[in-house]
Design a protein around this ligand. Structure first.
Ligand SMILES: [Zn+2]
Ligand SMILES: [Zn+2]
Length: 217
């Protein structure tokens, strides 16, 4: 196993870092870009924000079939249910109290990619999740692109965990690694452990390349 470092984001916040990228991870990504090494950032939630809530009355938009929070997708300006695919146009006014005080909470891969592009404007990024993988742009195509086209950072959900071998990847950042502990599933702990060990294994499989692997909790 590569080196794993756990970063407590409560501590980061106390030190004034409001980003989802810890200072440690930031430094490692920067080094990797300079050294022309590749980075994988893993966040097991797609979309932009994980839920939308009215600040005035606390109303959250839920799927009418599944009763779970809808996820905001910036690209399509819509709210989607990740279980059944139900989709509605994004809201500007609270359907419950008519307030315009609508706020977005949580982070998905779409927002992470945007944040990475803001912090590292010169870095080339590619995103892999259900929203970017299409017939035209397959899972395989994205991974090949990442491998062959000098892309610095691959950002993705669980999909990035399996498949190809990337000798040039020396850093894996897991964003909000404890996220999946909160899902309602009695196997949540076990599943989280399995996926974290799998994704950590993406860093430096090439013996000598084992340098750094960053886990952000
Ligand atoms: Zn649904
Ligand atoms: Zn409201």
């Amino acid at each position: 196993m590569p080196n794993v470092k756990i970063v407590d984001l409560r501590q980061e916040l106390a030190n004034g870092n409001r980003s989802m990228i810890s200072n440690k991870l930031y430094g490692e990504i920067e080094k990797n870009i300079e050294n022309k090494k590749q980075t994988i950032l893993f966040l097991n939630r797609r979309g932009f924000s994980s839920f939308v809530m009215c600040r005035n009355c606390g109303y959250t938009v839920k799927c009418k079939r599944c009763n779970i929070s809808l996820t905001y997708h910036e690209h399509t300006n819509s709210l989607k249910c990740h279980y059944c695919g139900y989709e509605i146009k994004n809201i500007n006014i609270c359907p419950n109290c008519k307030s315009k005080n609508i706020k977005y909470f949580g982070t998905g891969t779409e927002k992470l990619e945007k944040e990475i592009q803001n912090i590292f404007p010169k870095a080339r990024t590619i995103r892999m999740d259900i929203d970017t993988v299409t017939k035209k742009n397959s899972h395989e195509d994205i991974l090949n692109k990442f491998k062959n086209e000098n892309i610095d950072i691959l950002i993705g959900t669980q999909m990035v965990v399996k498949g190809h071998h990337f000798p040039n990847v020396t850093l894996v950042g897991v964003i909000a690694a404890d996220n999946s502990l909160n899902i309602e599933d009695y196997r949540a702990n076990e599943r989280t452990f399995a996926i974290l060990t799998q994704v950590a294994g993406r860093a430096g499989r090439e013996g000598s390349e084992r340098k750094s692997n960053n886990t952000n909790i």
